[in-house]
Design a protein around this ligand. Structure first.
Ligand SMILES: Cc1ncc(COP(=O)(O)O)c(C=O)c1O
Length: 411
C-alpha cells in the first residue's frame, strides 16, 4: 500500500522514446538535396536491403507502418490459400483465423479488414506469447483453419518455431507479427524469419524508429513484388492507369526511410541499453512479491519493454470494468492499478499489459481457446501485470526512483 509521498521527476520519464542519431539527418538531408521527397528512393531501397539482411530473409518491402505490412501479409496469405476475391469482398470472408490473444489490436485487425473471423489462442505462462499447446487444441476444435497470426510480445519472444511446426502439421500458413521483437532471436534465428510472412515496426516507441514505418518480410520474390504493387495503388504495367485488383497507398516515404536507415546501425546498442534496464529491474525488485518478463528457453530478447507481474497472493483487491479501474489499498499488497498510479505520481509513464482480445468489446463474441479449459492465462497476466518505464535514456538514478515507487506500493 502506497502511503509515503514520492517526489516527482521534473522531466517526465517515458515508457519508450525514440533515440535520435546524426546519421538519420544525413540520409534525410540527402533525400532533400536530391529532391527524392516521395515514396521511393535510395533510403527506401536501403531499408529493404538492411531489413532483409538483418532478419535473414530474402525480401523486405518497406511500408508506411507495420499495420499496413500486416494487412498485406493477410492479403498475400489469403490469396495463396483461397484465391483472389471478387472486387468488394475480403480475401478471408467468413474464414476463421487463429490469432494471438494478448497483443496490440493491430496484430489481428487486418484479418477483420479482410472479412476474417479471429479466434483467439491463449498465452503461455513461460513466455507470455501464444501457447503452441493451445494452438494445437484449437486445430482440434476448428480443423478447417488455414491461417495463424502470432505476435512476439514486448521483445521477449516465445516458441514461434514450435508454432510454425504446429502450423505445418495442419497445413496452415503463419503470419509472424515481429513488430516489437526486432533483433530478438529464437534458437539463434531472428524474429521475423519464422513466418511464411512477417512484419516489423519502426513506429515512434519501437527499438529503432523512423517516427513511423514498417517492413513486410518474405522469402518469396513473387510475393514481395506483389506487395510492392499493392502498396502503390496496384497499377498494372500499362501506358495508362490500369487496375485489375484493389490497391493501397502503403509505401514508405524516402524521408522516413532515411530516419530508419540511420537508426539500424544502433540496433545492438539500443538492445544492450534495454537489457541493462531489464537487469536493473530484476535486481532492484528482488525481495518483492513480483516477477518480471519471463525469458523462454532458447530465446534472446531485445528487452524492448520491461514488465512486472504481481504474485497472486500479494494482489490487493482490484476492480476493472470497460473504462475504469479501482483498488482497495492493503498493507503488504498491491496491484497494477496502484503501481501504475504510483508511477504516474512521480511523472513517469507505465502501461497496463495488452488487454486480451477475447475480453475486448469488439471481439467478445469471437472464439477463445485456452491451454487448459477454464483457465485463462491471458486474463491472469492482464490482471496482475504492467509495463514499467523502459526508455533507454532513463538514468540509473531515475530507474532507482521508479523501483523505490514500486517498493513503496508493497509497504
Ligand atoms: C504487436 C504489434 N503489432 C503491430 C503494431 C503496429 O505497428 P505500427 O504502429 O507500425 O503500425 C504494433 C505497434 O504499434 C505492435 O506493438
Amino acid at each position: 500500500m502506497l502511503s509515503k509521498k514520492l517526489i516527482p521527476f521534473e522531466k517526465k520519464v517515458w515508457l519508450s522514446t525514440p533515440t535520435p542519431h546524426p546519421e538519420m539527418m544525413k540520409f534525410i538531408q540527402k533525400a532533400y538535396d536530391d529532391n527524392w521527397i516521395t515514396c521511393l528512393g535510395e533510403n527506401v531501397n536501403a531499408v529493404e536491403q538492411i531489413a532483409a539482411e538483418k532478419v535473414g530473409v530474402d525480401h523486405a518491402v518497406a511500408l508506411s507502418c507495420c499495420t499496413a505490412a500486416l494487412h498485406l501479409c493477410v492479403i498475400l496469405a489469403g490469396e495463396r490459400l483461397y484465391g483472389r476475391p471478387a472486387v468488394g469482398h475480403g480475401v478471408l470472408e467468413g474464414k476463421r483465423v487463429f490469432c494471438s490473444d494478448m497483443t496490440f489490436a493491430a496484430t489481428l485487425n487486418p484479418v477483420v479488414y479482410e472479412g476474417g473471423i479471429p479466434v483467439f489462442i491463449d498465452t503461455e505462462t513461460a513466455s507470455w506469447n501464444m501457447d503452441p499447446i493451445a494452438l494445437e487444441r484449437a486445430f482440434e476444435h476448428y480443423p478447417d483453419v488455414k491461417l495463424v497470426v502470432s505476435a512476439e510480445l514486448y521483445g521477449f519472444p516465445g516458441r514461434t518455431d514450435e508454432i510454425k511446426r504446429v502450423c505445418e502439421k495442419h497445413g496452415a500458413l503463419l503470419i509472424e507479427d515481429a513488430a516489437e521483437a526486432l533483433g530478438a532471436t529464437i534458437g539463434g534465428k531472428q524474429c521475423g524469419s519464422f513466418g511464411d510472412y512477417a512484419a516489423i515496426s519502426y513506429n515512434g516507441n519501437k527499438i529503432i524508429t523512423g517516427s513511423s514505418g514498417g517492413c513486410l518480410l518474405t522469402n518469396s520474390k513473387e510475393d514481395a513484388d506483389h506487395a510492392r504493387k499493392l502498396s502503390t495503388q496496384a497499377r498494372e504495367p500499362a501506358p495508362w492507369y490500369q487496375h485489375e485488383e484493389i490497391g493501397y497507398n502503403y509505401r514508405m516515404s524516402n524521408f522516413i526511410g532515411g530516419a530508419v536507415r540511420g537508426q539500424y546501425p544502433h540496433l545492438d546498442e539500443h538492445i544492450s541499453q534495454k537489457k541493462a534496464i531489464y537487469e536493473r529491474y530484476r535486481e532492484g525488485l528482488k525481495g518483492l512479491p513480483v516477477s518480471i518478463n519471463p525469458i523462454a528457453d532458447g530465446t534472446v530478447p531485445n528487452y524492448w519493454l520491461s514488465a512486472l507481474l504481481v504474485d497472486r497472493k500479494a494482489m490487493c483487491e482490484q476492480t476493472r470494468d470497460d473504462h475504469t479501474a479501482t483498488f482497495a489499498p492493503e498493507h503488504g499488497k498491491s496491484c497494477p492499478t496502484e503501481i501504475l498510479a504510483a508511477i504516474v505520481s512521480i511523472n513517469a509513464e507505465g502501461r497496463p499489459i495488452w488487454k486480451p482480445m477475447h475480453l475486448q468489446p469488439i471481439y467478445r463474441d469471437n472464439g477463445f481457446v485456452a491451454t487448459v479449459e477454464g483457465n485463462d492465462v491471458s486474463a491472469d497476466i492482464f490482471e496482475r501485470g504492467c509495463c514499467l518505464p523502459s526508455d533507454n535514456k532513463m538514468t540509473v538514478e531515475q530507474q532507482d526512483r521508479i523501483i523505490e515507487a514500486v517498493k513503496a506500493c508493497f509497504e
